[in-house]
Write a protein that binds this ligand. Structure first.
Ligand code: FAD
Length: 436
């Protein structure tokens, strides 16, 4: 069944239209921008803001330079699903490359990262609708169910992370769809309102004395005898150290990072407000959800429980809501035929960054500190890695992470334009249809 309504949606993240969202933090006016700082952070998303808080609290003079509006990248555009993101690690392949013990340490640290963010939000009293609602991951093909159970069992040998097996006969307790063949519930995963989390972090960073400079795209970073000269649109500043926190938006001026990242566009739609019974017919326990497809879809109720937010891959170059909104709406209706009459109010997209080994990377390259490559799972990771890279800049022992052990590699003849993606997407689409 295909969408009947090609809705007159608004092309902006639902999160920014949410009536409980308030962008109260103060940015630095151009005439007050510093000319000399201890640390300059390029990119004002979760990574940059988390690093800024840690550094400012340690007494450093910090400026965050953001090309667009503060938080305009993926950090205010994502689905707000929060978990340790184990399934993104590609554990078997990683073990072959980096050894079992390193990989197990990184799995344990992924859980630490998730727990740290939950504690941080609570301790700082950030109002971001954090809800540890749990997540149902459905087997999108009969052959995937056994793999899901096995994956949960393997993980339980490494970390204390509960998972509940849900056979197909009982899946309607978790999801109002026949599109799955059983699944697993991760009862401790969560969901939050990402733009509210971002605004809360920015507020803390400002109150700790960080300079948040928007519409200041960095054009060049020059290493000098001592420190760096950072040239941005309309000015320049001196910094002792620089952190690159540009993730999926990494551009040509940082070519050594760009060639190690695969930028992928990810998109979301938000339905119109629905009766409670309809939202519960999709997600009876108001959990976060996803499937085992290669071209993955993820979805959740809005924090007020009135809408369904549905996300997945986008198509075409740039932001083309006319393409991805229809694709996502059709995907949603195939999964939930009860939404065939539902209108779409918002459609938006943003850029994520994959890496060739499917793990995020953190460290120092060409004298520049960096943290990036969260492979589409960055709500917890970007916040945690932002803090860790700041601790590394401060040369603190707690800045060490298991991920330091994984070398950040590109591929020969790849310079950051993923010409191969359309072919890979087609292959994944074909494999999804076969249930591979
Ligand atoms: C549609 C969508 C849905 C997602 N859903 C989820 C989810 O449910 N759960 C989850 O865990 N993750 C999700 N993610 C991923 C998550 O949002 C990201 O991994 C995370 O926000 C990355 O944070 P960041 O700070 O590293 O990068 P970003 O928030 O992307 O910030 C990077 C910033 O760098 C700026 N920049 C780039 N170049 C320059 C320059 N030269 N000068 C100055 N500034 C520059 C950009 O303008 C941008 O604002 C999703 C992403 C998208 C797009």
């Amino acid at each position: 069944m295909l969408a009947k309504h090609l809705s007159t949606y608004t092309n902006m993240p639902f999160w920014l239209a949410d009536t409980s969202y308030d962008r109260t933090f103060q940015t630095t006016p151009r005439y007050q921008m510093p000319t000399k700082v201890d640390i300059c952070i390029v990119g004002g998303g979760f990574t940059g803001m988390s690093a800024a808080i840690t550094l400012a609290r340690a007494g450093m003079k910090v400026a965050v330079l953001e090309a667009g509006r503060m938080g305009e990248g993926a950090s205010s555009r994502n689905g707000g699903l929060l978990g340790p993101s184990f399934s993104k690690l590609g554990v078997d392949g990683l073990e072959r490359q980096y050894g079992r013990e390193n990989v197990h340490t990184s799995i344990r640290e992924s859980l630490t990262a998730f727990n740290w963010l939950v504690d941080f939000i609570r301790e700082e009293k950030i109002d971001c609708d954090l809800n540890l609602c749990g997540r149902f991951r459905g087997a999108s093909h009969p052959s995937h169910y056994a793999g899901l159970i096995q994956q949960a069992e393997e993980l339980s040998k490494v970390v204390d992370f509960p998972a509940i097996e849900v056979p197909k006969s009982r899946q309607h307790e978790e999801v109002g769809s026949n599109a799955y063949h059983g699944g697993v519930v991760y009862p401790t995963d969560g969901a939050l309102q990402p733009a509210k989390l971002y605004a809360g972090l920015a507020q803390i960073a400002v109150s700790e004395g960080a300079y948040l400079c928007e519409h200041t795209k960095v054009r060049n970073v020059d290493k000098q005898v001592s420190g760096f000269n950072v040239v941005y649109d309309g000015g320049q500043l001196q910094a002792d150290q620089v952190i690159i926190a540009t993730n999926g938006y990494t551009d040509g001026q940082f070519s050594e990072f760009k060639r190690r990242l695969i930028p992928i566009r990810s998109a979301m739609i938000a339905t119109e407000e629905l009766p409670e019974s309809v939202v519960q017919s999709v997600s009876p326990k108001l959990r976060a959800h996803g499937g085992t497809e290669r071209l993955v879809a993820y979805y959740r109720p809005s924090p007020d429980g009135k809408r369904i937010l549905f996300g997945g891959r986008a198509f075409g170059r740039g932001d083309q809501p006319q393409l991805y909104s229809k694709y996502l709406q059709d995907f949603m209706i195939r999964t939930f035929p009860q939404l065939s009459e539902t209108k779409i109010d918002y459609a938006w997209s943003g850029l994520i960054a994959y890496t060739f080994d499917h793990v995020p990377h953190i460290g120092k390259l060409d004298n520049l500190h960096y943290a990036m490559g969260y492979c589409g799972s960055g709500v917890g990771r970007a916040n945690y890695f932002g803090r860790k890279i700041a601790q590394q800049v401060l040369q603190l022992a707690e800045g060490k992470t298991a991920f330091d052990e994984f070398p950040f590699k590109g591929r020969p003849l790849y310079y950051g334009t993923p010409w191969f993606l359309p072919a890979i997407m087609k292959w994944h689409d074909f494999a999804d249809r076969q249930g591979w």
